[in-house]
Write a protein that binds this ligand. Sequence first.
Ligand code: SAM
Length: 222
Amino acid sequence: DAMEMWSRVDQYITEKLIPHDTVLEQVLSANRQAGLPPYDVSAAQGKLLQLFVRMQNAKRILEIGTLGGYSTIWMARALPADGRLVTLELDPRHAEVAQANVSLAQVEGVVELRVGNALEQLARLEEEGTAPFDLIFIDADKPNNPGYLKWALRFSRPGTIIIGDNVIRGGEIIDEASTDPRVNGVREFYDLLAQEDRISATAIQTVGSKGYDGFVLGVVNG
Ligand code: SAM
């Protein structure tokens, strides 16, 4: 079936373009062993995030939704030694696994993992007078996506890249009658992007080992 084909093609892409990486493989197996849900980005998507970090020359990254730190590590590896990646995670168990993975990957010098509800953590970051971020990756609870986008815009400068994951959801996002709060959160996210003239955005549908989904990519206007 289609899903099996997408997975096999993803495997081909990964074999060709993404060299075996013992650390990242250990990270994924640690996540599975700890019973974390398999919501990490795929290897191909992790590398895409890393390429965005490089294209952007990013020094400051904000990630909302750490899980086991798999995407965190992909991005952190492209940061310079004086770079910073702030990542927010609600679940202390996920955060504990993520912190161990970040240490295993030896990126703890650039990664700051904050545990707690992301909306509260974002308010705290503002109180601390955090500097703008160059790239923001939104990948936590989808019902809060509109709130995360508002914060992301506050923590941006002209040229900041904002990425939002899981914005296609097998095509469910076009279902106006959906009662799924994740679908509705994502639909509101689109509405906000449509209204907001501070950001120019698109969405790209993807297939692969994670099924049929996609991401939003936006750049904050000058
Ligand atoms: N970015 C990760 C990766 O690709 O490896 C995957 C993140 S996973 C899709 C979403 C994460 O967001 C989960 O670990 C979940 O516990 C966390 N989360 C859910 N609600 C949250 C909230 N209100 N604040 C912060 N994190 C939250």
